[in-house]
Ligand binder design. Structure first.
Ligand code: ATP
Length: 517
């Protein structure tokens, strides 16, 4: 665990040192849980967004895009339930003065019991070897059964307080925290305040006060912009159910506990798609979108074992099924994407609050209905963090040195090709520039002439550049260069005219999308 935390720290400082992510307003000592993307970060982020957009919008004939405004009519947030219910239960520890989400403290306690069970099973597996019957062990081992009972009991109580009539039972939550003897990780004490609700939306004023300014909200999700444009898009695009609307954009949440770098930010970016379906078919589509989204994640090649679904125990007020796609980060399996079956809740609410009829006329059976919705919602920044954590690698080389390399999927790498003249003379820089000029229309190239070649390789390894080319005196004679591969460090002599063919094939978003067939 300590080692994993160490990796996380290294990733955070690597992000800063190599121009991926900077704390916002750093010269003013930063702003809590707000970050800026630097010269390499913005390229990686754009590539992630492109990968998502091309998969969702280009590869699905029945999904179209949208770019709705961040500011929206304030009644939208009343209709969606955010004004009344977009709250997190918070609790403070009086000794450390630290604030926590009460639900997260309880969920972590459940995870602790689950961890203990898995450790017991793993130990037994090692002890018994081939003859180990895991299913039998899980149902007969006294230790496992004891932990399982504790976990189930807590889980049941948690569900009861979360789904209590009239909203979350705040006293009940506090009682669980006391009964489970959960301590503050910082102070180690159980000196807790009561649990209170806290609304996560940022408010601002639109218009000058004298004219009667109105309070508006910074959107906490992009989804509502899609719902309120459902009729516009359906009609003007002549869309037939089932169809989807996809959008990428900023969202804002005044998170209570904003830690873990870009995992939980107050300003972040979402990629959301709402898929409108015929009522009664939603659970089928829910399963279908689970499969499709998981395939999209796994096509990045980080290994299927690093992903899992986590089905929700506590369904949001609008959902009849919900799951998270979790990815293994250095601090455990964490949600990167949510997939929700939102029923007709949102469209019906907007119909009610706006007084407009929001329905679909189905020409196939001459009926009108309010479509049901499957939503896929993924955070760009969380995706960015997962990719950085899994790509970051410190390697021991044969000569005893270590190199830090970002093994980014080539299609996501900020720079695809770096071109180095071996020296700054004899026309080598000009030749190197010539190569860049012929390739820069096809993919992102970078010119580097400072320092020895070895150092230049290291700098490119550290930002994940999959290919480097060195131009030397022989190049001037026969138009060949040394092509060096990031992952294997293999070098080979190739013709300049072959470079585009070799590289382009591996660095386009299309090459990733092809894994998805
Ligand atoms: P969490 O339980 O972690 O707060 P959530 O369930 O509230 O997340 P959703 O409302 O389902 O998240 O949002 C969809 C996606 O948006 C999440 O899977 C995540 O990737 C991203 N996201 C949500 N909140 C944040 C945040 N504060 N910072 C960065 N990304 C976020």
């Amino acid at each position: 665990m300590a080692q994993q935390e160490d990796i996380f720290k290294k990733v955070v400082s690597h992000c800063k040192e190599y121009g991926f992510v900077f704390p916002s307003s750093e010269i003013y000592d930063g702003l809590g849980a707000v970050y800026d993307y630097g010269q390499n970060g913005v390229e990686l982020k754009n590539n992630i967004k492109q990968y998502w957009w091309q998969y969702m919008v280009l590869l699905h004939e029945n999904i179209v895009g949208l770019d709705s405004a961040i500011f929206m009519h304030p009644t939208i947030w009343k209709a969606s339930g955010h004004v009344d219910a977009f709250n997190d239960p918070l609790i403070d520890n009086r000794d450390s003065k630290k604030r926590y989400r009460a639900d997260v403290l309880i969920e972590e306690q459940i995870a602790k019991y689950e961890d203990k069970i898995e450790k017991e099973v793993a130990k037994a597996k090692k002890r018994f070897g081939d003859s180990f019957d895991e299913a039998q062990y899980r149902t007969t081992s006294a230790r496992v059964l004891e932990e399982q009972a504790k976990r189930d009991n807590l889980h049941k109580r948690y569900q009861e307080v979360m789904n209590a009539e009239g909203g979350i039972n705040l006293e009940g939550m506090k009682q669980i925290i006391l009964d489970e003897e959960i301590v503050c990780p910082l102070s180690g004490t159980r000196n807790w305040t009561d649990v209170r609700q806290f609304n996560l939306m940022f408010k601002t004023e639109m218009g000058a006060a004298a004219e009667g300014a109105s309070t508006i909200y910074l959107r906490p999700e992009t989804a509502q912009g899609i719902f309120v444009n459902y009729l516009n898009v359906q009609k003007t695009g002549r869309m037939k159910v089932p169809f989807g609307i996809a959008q990428i954009g900023k969202a804002f949440r005044n998170e209570i506990v904003a830690r873990q770098f870009i995992f939980r930010m107050r300003e972040f970016e979402q990629m959301e798609m709402q898929f409108f379906v015929k009522p009664g078919t939603e659970l089928q589509w829910f399963d279908e979108w689970k499969k499709r989204r998981m395939a999209w994640h796994q096509a990045l090649g980080f290994g299927a074992e690093n992903y899992r679904f986590h089905d929700h125990d506590k369904l949001a007020h609008y959902a009849n099924a919900a799951t998270d796609v979790e990815f293994k980060l250095p601090f455990g399996f964490k949600e990167v994407e949510g997939i929700h079956s939102r029923t007709d809740f949102d469209l019906s609410q907007h119909a009610k609050f706006s007084g407009k009829k929001i329905e679909y006329f189905d020409p196939e059976d001459n009926t009108s209905y309010t479509p049901y919705v499957i939503e896929t919602s993924i955070g760009v920044d969380r995706m960015f963090l997962s990719i950085m954590c899994h790509s970051y690698c410190e390697e021991k080389l044969e000569d005893g040195q270590t190199r830090t390399v970002l093994r980014l999927p080539a299609a996501l790498a900020p720079v695809k090709l770096a071109v180095f003249p071996l020296t700054k003379k004899d026309g080598l820089p000009e030749k190197a520039r010539e190569i860049i000029d012929s390739l820069k229309f096809h993919f992102n190239c970078k010119y580097e002439e400072k320092d020895q070649i070895g150092k230049r390789y290291r700098r490119q390894d550290a930002i994940g550049t999959p290919f480097c080319v060195t131009v030397d005196n022989q190049t001037l004679e026969d138009n060949t260069v040394t092509l060096r591969y990031r992952d294997t460090m293999k070098q080979e002599r190739v013709n300049i005219s072959d470079l585009r063919g070799i590289i382009e094939d591996q660095v386009t978003i299309t090459s990733l999308l092809k894994n998805l067939k």
